[in-house]
Design a protein around this ligand. Sequence first.
Ligand code: NAD
Length: 479
Amino acid sequence: MAATLMRSLVKKRVPLQMGRLCYSSSSVATNEVIGRVPKATHEEMLAAVDSCSRAYHAWSETSILARQQIFLRYQQLIKDNIKELAKLITLEQGKTLADAEGDVFRGLQVVEHTCSITSLMLGETLPSITKDMDTYTYRLPIGVCAGIAPFNFPAMIPLWMFPMGMVCGNTYLMKPSERVPGCAMMLAKLLQDAGAPDGTLNIIHGQHDAVNFICDHPAIKAISFVGSNQAGEYIYERGSKNGKRVQSNMGAKNHGVVMPDANKENTLNQLVGAAFGAAGQRCMALSTAILIGEARNWLPELVERAKGLRVNAGDQPGADVGPLISPQAKERVNSLIQSGVDEGAKVLLDGRNVKPNMKCYTEEIFGPVLVVLEADSLDDAIKIVNKNPYGNGTAIFTTNGAAARKYTHEVDVGQVGVNVPIPVPLPMFSFTGSRASFRGDTNFYGKQGIQFYTQIKTVTSQWKAEDATLKSPAVTMPT
Ligand code: NAD
């Protein structure tokens, strides 16, 4: 089904240039090939950017109400196709069907938010800054923008990117992860069905060459990246050097701090869900628990709950946890677990004693592994979290308001949950990971997303009455 769909998209619907067949998209659960997408050649990538550049003038001049209408239709089409999109995600990426629907749903919320563009893109005015003179600003698009996405949210993350960029009047070049290329193609087709003109969105498939091309092409004015630090730091540096705006959302090591006064039942269920859901392949997964004081004794119950999760192919009824993205990812996770054992951690469903200097703590594992540390006090826990270089997300579990307030104020992490394990902000806010989890100065979606995809033009105008005509040249600066 997905293979047929992708082929038909490539051939007929989406304005994509055909190239040599290169990437095989495989079912993650079985490792069978389910489709192929063309790796874009250099000529095809040039053609894709040219297509975005040609479409830019007309699109940026399209009335904002017309752009809003397209995204209103788009959000409805995504809702109508959510099950199909989810099936494709489960097939390509492996997560369970219910979780795949969540993946689409959280992206859909960003699209719904773009439908408020008539408010979001308002400029500012200040009348009468001096006699007969007014100043006002326009928020305007910046040109061709590009998005580079990771494998773990095949719908949500591309939907953080091109809808935000395009609704502001930019045209968009999207490079999905080569490991999950199909979902972005289906999303592009739905946008075309919603009425987006040809050339406003182009998709290229590739990896390093495509990334370098995006970082270097002078027509591309801004890059939104989400993925690992290795790629994200490189893209931030190369893109910025070439004068582009870059926002780079990267890796994480998110800590859940458990106070002994927390609601035990809720906390243990939330921890297990947030550590092992999507096989731990979420940038906001709670991959590290810090148990404080008496909460140390909750470990056996945490283990029991983790044992109860059913691991299966994502499309199987009752599956809680699907497979990792690839055999290589599994090998990497296993080797990080082994490094923990070699360095003295106890493993599997009976252990504790990971120390902050161990590799399994310092590196992002990105798998179904919960690292458990212990601390004597909240102050100690805050020190541990603040010493870790990443700042994507964290959560505190407590029934004590003062402890919660202290934690939210003193912890140096961009997104904090209080009894909320995965505190991803809704799109009227922005996604505000910090420190090693982010490079750039304007975050994804929300007000900051609009800022990222627009530039300001300031107009100062004077309309004098005829009888107020200047009598001589104004050679001095006005005071
Ligand atoms: P990845 O960095 O391997 O791939 C992301 C994109 O970069 C892909 O499109 C890929 O083609 C490209 N790429 C990969 N390696 C590259 C390189 N060396 N040079 C240039 N381009 C390269 O990431 P992934 O494995 O697909 O995704 C998992 C990572 O993404 C994790 O680290 C996770 O924490 C992070 N992530 C972060 C967020 C966030 O919002 N902070 C969200 C989701 C995922």
